[in-house]
Design a protein around this ligand. Structure first.
Ligand code: F6R
Length: 247
């Protein structure tokens, strides 16, 4: 794994956005794997700015998101579909039929997973996959101990720590969904290139565990050590617990 440590979160986000813009210039019909959550907001902001500056053309690209909450329609403000529209899709030249997320509110979530996985196998794998990391080491919503190397897209139960962490995005009295649809770790690892972004001191311990600890399903992000082309982009705070020669 390559590790790039940037002085600030802002610079780390812009560094990742530049990797995506460069990917689009190199291969305009790239398949981009996208993530949600707090971490990539600045990446999407920088990508929108790059698009406005004529440096990122999404016209021929296709996107696949990692995950979506189960039981949440795309119109719900906390759905990942709404997040993507707010932060990226509404501001760049990506036509809706080229953007894909698992259908969170499908009557039968397992069928929605199968369909999503078939689409990903048809168009994918991602040329460049963006990842964040949960404080418990999850990637996508592959929670510690529930990692499938062979499964496609799956319905998973969210860890209580994940639901607590994500409560900050939901209104008072609103429940964080208990389940989600997520690409499996095995699918994620099929991406040609992966860039994981982590910023802030709260991620320092898990980043060190993922990069320097043993590979194991107790820390799903540690599986990235197996990937031939994975880059981890950190700000100084998130790099704070790495061994001195790295951080
Ligand atoms: C989001 C996702 C998650 C997040 C992770 C970190 O699509 O798959 O793995 O990347 O929960 O979230 P933040 O960035 O909010 O700390």
């Amino acid at each position: 794994m390559r590790v790039a440590v940037l002085p600030s979160a802002d610079e780390a986000e812009r560094h990742v956005a530049a990797l995506f813009a460069a990917q689009l210039r190199r291969k305009p019909d790239s398949v981009l794997g996208l993530a949600t959550g707090g971490t990539p907001v600045g990446v999407y902001r920088a990508l929108v700015a790059a698009h406005r500056a004529g440096e990122a053309d999404f016209g021929k690209a296709r996107t696949f998101n990692l995950d979506e909450y189960a039981g949440v329609p795309p119109s719900h403000p906390q759905s990942y579909a709404a997040y993507m529209r707010t932060h990226l899709f509404d501001h760049v030249n990506l036509s809706p039929d080229r953007t894909h997320l698992p259908e969170g509110d499908a009557d039968r979530a397992e069928d929605a997973c199968r369909l999503y996985d078939a689409l990903y196998r048809y168009y994918g794998p991602a040329d460049l996959q963006l990842l964040g990391i949960g404080a418990n080491g999850h990637i996508g919503f592959n929670e510690p101990g529930f990692v499938s190397a062979t499964g496609g897209t799956q319905v998973v139960r969210l860890a209580e720590s994940t639901r607590r962490a994500n409560a900050r995005f939901f209104g008072e009295g609103e429940q964080v969904p208990a389940y989600a649809l997520t690409m499996s770790a095995g699918r994620i690892l099929q991406a040609r290139s992966i860039v994981l972004l982590a910023t802030g001191a709260a991620k320092a311990a898990i980043v060190a565990r993922a990069l320097e600890g043993p590979i194991g399903t107790d820390c799903p992000a540690s599986l990235l050590q197996l990937h031939p082309d994975a880059t981890v982009v950190l700000d100084l705070e998130a790099a704070g617990a790495l061994a001195p020669e790295r951080g």
